[in-house]
Design a binder for this molecule. Structure first.
Ligand SMILES: Cc1cc2nc3c(=O)[nH]c(=O)nc-3n(C[C@H](O)[C@H](O)[C@H](O)COP(=O)(O)OP(=O)(O)OC[C@H]3O[C@@H](n4cnc5c(N)ncnc54)[C@H](O)[C@@H]3O)c2cc1C
Length: 369
């Protein structure tokens, strides 16, 4: 089986004529920033994944990598900034104000745009989470700059521009987008697309505090109460080490239970391709792919999935892909590490029984940890 495709290298040729000279007032914009997304004291892991990507960009550009932490005054915000240094930040900009205790678009947009306008980064990265998408859009429109959403690869071009690659035309092509004449160059990246960097214990470095400059009366949106989503802890798909997924080839929602049974024996999470969500066989939080979740498990077992590009972009970060498909010409065999040409409806129960017989509960836990 062939190696997973890498995002195509950005090509400078052909766009030279489109590039105007960067306006004088943008020439001072320097350094790479990552917005550290925290809610109720918890930093979203995508922020650390972006620190890894940001470090590589900063090293190529030979500039500093900064974390931007926005949140309420107190320990959680301090801790988020301290943690950013363990993931490679050279410095952290902190806007701490109790008006920032809950995410509200107006206050967070004000905080982030003010810091950008004051300290002028050339690149600003955010996670493509619900919060990050909302914030990135309004920050980009307030700053009148370009934003490339849901990137799958980030690089620096020969002239130092950010080359932000993302799927286009329904995921059938990859395109590389440049923000040539405005600053900062903004991009969002979905969780699990970038590799999590190693955490290295480091002392807290330079912190630059910046005031919010708002009062409650300035903010139209009021948070009346907070209702946690009880279902949100049920699916740990994006972060699972072992994932078993099924596609249309399974033929019926009853047969999809075979996927769930194998996942249960392996201590794995289960997922599916998009048509199963559209048919109402499986809930949308289990969808894997371009418009679902990106996964990076150690082992991914795909049964009755053809391997369309929109599915592929969500799974090609897996260490080992095992595909079960009756069609030996199915596209999934082009990027699977192990391909099994057979009927998944017969093989899945056999695999479940074989693993049940051989795996003790203890080894299942180890497999999934
Ligand atoms: C904008 C856009 C976004 C999209 N986003 C996503 C996304 O996030 N995730 C996603 O998955 N798709 C997405 N899609 C849909 C995608 O293009 C494919 O249509 C989809 O992935 C196909 O799902 P599938 O592989 O389950 O079905 P099919 O393509 O129908 O494949 C079924 C496979 O099962 C095999 N098969 C049949 N019977 C058996 C059997 N008994 N045992 C084993 N194999 C069998 C067949 O040979 C076939 O290869 C998106 C499409 C668009 C346009």
């Amino acid at each position: 089986m062939s190696e997973p495709i890498k995002a195509p290298a950005p090509a400078a040729a052909g766009r030279a004529a489109t590039k105007k000279e960067l306006p004088e007032h943008f020439k001072g914009y320097k350094h790479v920033w990552v917005f550290i997304e925290q809610e109720r004291g918890l930093v979203h892991p995508v922020s650390w994944e972006l620190m890894g990507a940001g470090r590589q960009l900063a090293d190529k550009l030979q500039v500093e990598l900064a974390a931007v932490v926005v949140g309420p005054e107190g320990e959680a915000t301090r801790q988020a900034a301290a943690e950013a240094f363990c993931y490679g930040a050279d410095l952290a900009y902190v806007v701490a104000d109790d008006l920032l205790a809950d995410y509200r678009n107006e206050s967070y947009t004000k905080a982030l745009t003010d810091v950008v306008n004051t300290y002028k980064p050339e690149i600003l990265l955010l996670g493509a989470t619900t919060l990050g998408r909302d914030l990135a859009g309004s920050v980009a429109t307030t700053l009148l700059t370009g934003l490339t959403a849901d990137c799958t690869a980030l690089d620096v071009d020969t002239d130092g521009s950010l080359a932000a690659t993302r799927p286009t035309f329904g995921g059938s092509l990859m395109c590389t987008i440049y923000t040539l004449n405005y600053r900062p160059q903004m991009a969002t990246v979905r969780p699990r697309v970038m590799q999590m960097p190693d955490r290295v214990e480091r002392p807290v470095g330079r912190i630059v505090s910046h005031p919010l400059g708002l009062i409650e009366a300035d903010i139209v949106t009021k948070v009346l109460s907070f209702l946690p989503d009880r279902e949100s802890a049920n699916s740990n798909l994006a972060f699972a080490d072992v994932v078993v997924a099924g596609g249309l080839g399974l033929g019926s929602p009853e047969n999809f239970q075979l996927v769930r049974q194998l996942a249960a024996v392996l201590g794995a999470e289960y997922g599916c391709s998009r048509p199963l969500v559209q048919k109402g066989w499986v809930t949308s939080d289990r969808q894997i792919g371009q418009t679902g979740k990106t996964i990076r498990p150690k082992l991914y077992i795909a049964a009755g999935i053809s391997g369309a590009i929109q599915h592929r972009v969500g799974v090609e970060g897996a260490d080992m892909i095992v595909a079960i498909n009756t069609d030996r010409n199915a596209p999934i065999f082009e990027f699977a590490h192990i391909g099994i040409v057979t009927d998944a409806i017969r093989l899945l129960p056999a695999l479940t029984e074989a693993f049940r017989a051989r795996l003790s509960p203890h080894s299942r836990d180890r497999l999934a940890s």
